[in-house]
Design a protein around this ligand. Structure first.
Ligand code: NAD
Length: 487
């Protein structure tokens, strides 16, 4: 049986127990059921780490730290490049695995694997281009030399919605920088993380450089790791609520934090936009991962002149989507991650409808096994409905009408979040002006997809701190060291 058949061929239950990966060893265990959201069935069981396991992972990361830091950048680069190649060779198996445990449609899962692998290729390239600096002091009397050093052991915590990409977006730059890491993936989607760790082993990642542990009890484990003075970095992707509490915990030991948190993206369409392009972009911005994305368009602001045409065109496209099991090749919209996620979407839609919103398609839960919610378009939504302020994280497109540019900017900024925004207009000057006026870390101009490993990804306001990807992503895992050098 091949490596991936172990994870994906669930005919043999004895193959379902997956242990923790610490110091290059697989430690058997169980205790965390992994649920297939497409059917509600249990797929596998993975180990449930204790605080002692977490501290052993810190020991392992510490034991490997000096060696990895001293490994020449070229060698670190080549290991990451091999990991990229292995992910690419196993792309279809990984996509099926993601689809199984996360529920997303295979087409989305394939897209994720390609995106995820690119972080290893990109940081294989960046590992050998770590910047430094030399300059004279303003007085001309002295020299300033700035070097960048690996920050130390990094704790990486990732969500379930992109089980591969959120891990590689952190592991890639951390390893390129010379850091050793402990990855704690979401317990809903651990199989992808463990499969990737196996590929990392094959790529030549030395024992202890990458450790992976899953737990049902993340609070006490991460608190213990953050209190250990050897852990110097926390890189977290997840909800703003959990991010806030981790920031408070990290503050106790002054641990450096990078935070990729929640979003509430506005999608602004002006009268002069190309309607077909705007609908195409809206479908991607809303429906990638069935709406379970931090960059998902959460609020559609559409100018009066194009509003009705936009509503009917979006309704036609959304109602034609095929909902089904993620791994069914015909599926375009898979299930949500849990029944709790479906309940949240239902609560938000019900509240909006009670306040006057009208569903032009969808708008009510689907009976049966699996955690499904239908593609939904809502019009006439009050601007202060709960779903204008909370992440919907599902296939629901609420549409609001606006009249003026200033009104669009004001509405777009009426949120604690500031991750992504989308602007559609035929007038580039206006699109850029509005893009500058919207308080987010990223703006799509006449584009519904912005994620790119070569670009800095991240948010402002309560959507996060720091940037992942791009040329600056590696610096999140490094400290500048200044030498006041006399020579
Ligand atoms: P979550 O915050 O519930 O969980 C994220 C991770 O944190 C998981 O691994 C979870 O086990 C862990 N966790 C939960 N409580 C913890 C605690 N007390 N201590 C330590 N770790 C803890 O988020 P989620 O539901 O898995 O993911 C969805 C959220 O992630 C959404 O808000 C989404 O917008 C956000 N997200 C953001 C980005 C981004 O780049 N900004 C990307 C993807 C997802």
């Amino acid at each position: 049986m091949t490596l991936f058949a172990q994870f994906t061929g669930y005919a043999d239950p004895s193959l379902h127990a997956h242990g923790l990966y610490i110091g290059g060893q697989w430690q058997p265990g169980g205790g965390i059921p992994v649920i297939d959201p497409s059917s509600g069935a249990t797929l596998a069981e993975v180990a449930d780490a204790s605080v002692q396991d977490a501290m052993r992972a810190v020991d392992a990361a510490e034991a490997a730290a000096a060696g990895w830091r001293q490994t020449p950048p070229r060698q670190r680069s080549e290991i990451l490049r091999r990991w990229f190649t292995l992910m690419s060779e196993h792309a279809e198996d990984l996509a099926r695995l993601i689809s199984l445990e996360n529920g997303k449609a295979l087409s989305d899962a394939r897209g994720e694997v390609a995106y995820a692998a690119e972080f290893f290729r990109w940081y294989a390239e960046e590992a050998v281009r770590i910047p430094g600096e030399f300059r004279r002091t303003p007085s001309g009397a002295h020299n300033i030399l700035v070097d960048h050093e690996p920050i130390g052991i990094a704790l990486l915590i990732t969500p379930w919605n992109f089980p591969a990409a959120m891990a590689t977006r952190k592991i890639g730059p951390a390893l390129a920088a010379g850091c050793t890491v402990i990855l704690k993936p979401a317990s809903e989607t651990p199989l992808t993380a463990y499969a990737m760790a196996r590929l990392g082993e094959q790529a030549g990642v030395p024992p202890g450089v990458v450790n992976v542990l899953t737990t049902t009890n993340p609070g006490p484990l991460t608190n213990a790791m953050l209190a250990d003075p050897r852990v110097r970095k926390l890189s977290f992707t997840g909800s703003t609520g959990v991010g806030r509490s981790l920031l408070a915990e990290a503050a106790k030991s002054v641990v450096s934090c990078s935070m990729e948190l929640g979003g509430n993206a506005p999608f602004v369409v002006f009268d002069d936009a190309d309607l077909d392009a705007a609908i195409e972009g809206a479908m991607v911005a809303k429906m990638r991962n069935a709406g379970e994305a931090c960059t998902a368009a959460n609020r559609f602001y559409v100018q009066s002149g194009i509003h009705d045409a936009f509503v009917s065109a979006l309704t036609a496209r959304m109602s034609a989507l095929k909902v089904g099991a993620g791994y069914d090749p015909d599926t375009q919209v898979g299930p949500m991650i849990t029944t709790r996620a479906v309940e949240k979407i239902d609560r938000l839609v019900t509240e909006a409808k009670a306040r006057g919103a009208r569903a032009t398609t969808g708008g009510a839960t689907i009976a049966g096994s699996g955690f499904y919610y239908p593609p939904t378009v809502l019009e006439n939504v009050p601007v202060d409905a709960a779903l204008a302020h909370e992440e919907i994280f599902g296939p629901v497109a609420p549409i609001y009408r606006f009249e003026t540019e200033d009104e669009a900017i004001r509405l777009a900024n009426n949120t604690e979040y500031g991750l992504a925004a989308y602007v559609y207009s035929g007038d580039m000057k206006r699109a850029m002006r509005v893009g500058r006026g919207i308080e987010t870390g990223m703006v799509g101009i006449n584009r519904g997809l912005m994620s790119d490993p070569a670009a800095p990804f991240g948010g402002v306001k309560q959507s996060g701190l720091g940037r992942e990807g791009g040329v600056t992503g590696i610096l999140e895992f490094m400290e500048a060291k200044y030498f006041a050098a006399e020579f």
